[in-house]
Design a protein around this ligand. Structure first.
Ligand SMILES: Cc1cc2nc3c(=O)[nH]c(=O)nc-3n(C[C@H](O)[C@H](O)[C@H](O)COP(=O)(O)OP(=O)(O)OC[C@H]3O[C@@H](n4cnc5c(N)ncnc54)[C@H](O)[C@@H]3O)c2cc1C
Ligand code: FES
Length: 366
C-alpha cells in the first residue's frame, strides 16, 4: 500500500515539474521582443512578440472578425499566414477546410506572434474601422430581447450593406479583465447614416448580453468596429427563402427595409421561428413590408405555442414548417440567420429540397 502511495506521489511530482517547465518555456517564448509583420506585401510593421496575432493586429488598427472573443470557437478570425506562424494547432483544425489548410489559412486568435510573419488579409478587412457611439435608446422587443440604437458622432462616415454585422466592445465590468468583442447584425437600413440599430437576445451568464441587458443605459458610450460579413441579398431573379430564429430577424429587418426603399423586386418568404407568442416581435413591421414589397410574405411559426397564445398560425420546428411550404425549392436561394443548430438543420432541408449549398447564405450566431 505504502509503495503505491509513493509511486502516485512521485508521478504527481513529475507532472507538476513538467507543467512548470512548460509554463517557463511558454513565458520565455512569449516575451520574444519586437517582431516584424508584413501585411499584403506592404511595409513591415513592428509589433511586440508573444501576444496572439489577433491582438497584435488590433494594436495596428486592423480589426479581424472575432465574434467569440478569441476563444477559438467562432472560426471567423481567419487570415493567410505565408511565412512564420509555426505549426497548425489542434484548436484550429476543426474550423479549417482541407483547401484552407493547403492555402495556409490560420485562426489569428490561436497563432502567437513569435517570429517575423508575412500575412495576407482581405482588403475589405483593412478598411474596417473603430467608431465611438452613444446609446440613444434601448427598446425591449420581448422579455429577453432588446433593440439598441447607437448614434454616431457627426460625419463618422460609417457605411454598410444590409445584412452585415458590427462588433461591439463590451467594456470591463464585474471582474472582466479586458474588454471583449461580440458580433451583432445591424437591423436598421444602410440609408440611415446617423445611427445603427442592433437586436440583442440575452444569453444566460453571457458577458456582452448581460452587460447590455443589466447595465447599459441610454446616454452611455461604447465602441464598435465594422462592418463585416458577406450575408447580404443577392440581387438576382431567383426566389428567396429567408429563415430567422430569435434575434436572427435583425439582418432581415435591414434587408427588407433596403428592398422597400430601393424598390428591389424579388419574390421572398420570411419564416420567423419562435417558441411561443411571447418570443415574437416586430410582427407589425413585417406586415408593413408585406404591403410595401411586391412578392414578399412573412410566416411566423411557433414550436411550442402556449394555450393562452390562441395561436392559429404555423406550428412546429422551423425546418418542418419550411419543408411543408415547398414541394421543390430548385432554382431558389436560401438566407439563414440564427443559432448554429438551427442553421445546420435548415441547410439539410434546403439542400434536400433542391437548393445547392453555394446558393445558401448564412450567419451562424455562434
Ligand atoms: C456574425 C454574427 C452575428 C451575430 N448577430 C447577433 C445578433 O444580431 N443578435 C444576437 O443576439 N446575437 C448575435 N450573435 C451572437 C453574439 O455575437 C454573441 O455570441 C451572443 O450575444 C452571446 O454573447 P455573450 O457575450 O453574451 O455570451 P458569451 O459570454 O459569449 O457566452 C456565455 C456562454 O453562453 C454560451 N452561448 C453563447 N451564445 C449562446 C447562445 N446564443 N445560446 C446559448 N448559449 C450561448 C457560450 O458558449 C458560453 O458558454 C451573432 C454572432 C455572429 C457570429
Ligand atoms: S476569434 Fe473566434 S475563433 Fe478566433
Amino acid at each position: 500500500m505504502g509503495s503505491v502511495v509513493s509511486a502516485v506521489l512521485v508521478l504527481a511530482g513529475l507532472g507538476a515539474f513538467l507543467a512548470l517547465l512548460l509554463v517557463l518555456a511558454e513565458k520565455r517564448l512569449a516575451s520574444s521582443g519586437p517582431v516584424r509583420l508584413r501585411i499584403n506585401q506592404g511595409e513591415p510593421r513592428e509589433v511586440e512578440g508573444g501576444e496572439p496575432l489577433l491582438s497584435a493586429l488590433k494594436g495596428q488598427g486592423i480589426f479581424i472578425p472575432s465574434a467569440c472573443g478569441g476563444r477559438g470557437s467562432c472560426g471567423l478570425c481567419k487570415v493567410r499566414i505565408l511565412e512564420g506562424g509555426g505549426p497548425l494547432l489542434p484548436t484550429e483544425t476543426p474550423h479549417l477546410s482541407p483547401e484552407e489548410i493547403d492555402n495556409q489559412v490560420r485562426l489569428s486568435c490561436q497563432v502567437k506572434v513569435r517570429e517575423a510573419m508575412a500575412l495576407e488579409i482581405p482588403e475589405s478587412l483593412l478598411e474596417v474601422e473603430e467608431y465611438p457611439v452613444r446609446v440613444e435608446a434601448l427598446t425591449p422587443c420581448t422579455y429577453d430581447t432588446v433593440k439598441v440604437r447607437l448614434g454616431f458622432e457627426a460625419d463618422a462616415g460609417f457605411s454598410f450593406r444590409a445584412g452585415q454585422y458590427v462588433q461591439v466592445e463590451t467594456p470591463i465590468y464585474d471582474g472582466l479583465s479586458e474588454p471583449v468583442y461580440r458580433a451583432y447584425s445591424i437591423s436598421s437600413p444602410p440609408s440611415e447614416t446617423r445611427f445603427i440599430e442592433l437586436i440583442l437576445r440575452r444569453v444566460p451568464r453571457g458577458i456582452c448580453t448581460t452587460y447590455v441587458h443589466e447595465l447599459l443605459l441610454a446616454g452611455d458610450r461604447l465602441k464598435i468596429n465594422g462592418p463585416y460579413g458577406d450575408f447580404y441579398l443577392r440581387e438576382t431573379q431567383a426566389e428567396a427563402v429567408f429563415i430567422a430564429g430569435g434575434s436572427g430577424l435583425a439582418p432581415f429587418e435591414a434587408i427588407l427595409a433596403d428592398m422597400a426603399e430601393r424598390g428591389i423586386r424579388k419574390k421572398a418568404t420570411l419564416f420567423f421561428g419562435a417558441v411561443s407568442r411571447r418570443d415574437l416581435y416586430d410582427q407589425e413591421l413585417l406586415r408593413e413590408y408585406e404591403e410595401k414589397i411586391p412578392g414578399f410574405r412573412a410566416v411566423p411559426a411557433l414550436s411550442k405555442p402556449a394555450p393562452e397564445d390562441q395561436w392559429e398560425g404555423e406550428t412546429g420546428l422551423i425546418t418542418e414548417v419550411v419543408a411543408r411550404g415547398y414541394e421543390s425549392m430548385a432554382g431558389m436561394e436560401g438566407y439563414l440567420c440564427g443559432s448554429p443548430g438551427m442553421i445546420d438543420a435548415c441547410i439539410r432541408v434546403l439542400t434536400e429540397k433542391g437548393i445547392p449549398e453555394d446558393r445558401i447564405y448564412f450567419d451562424k450566431f455562434s
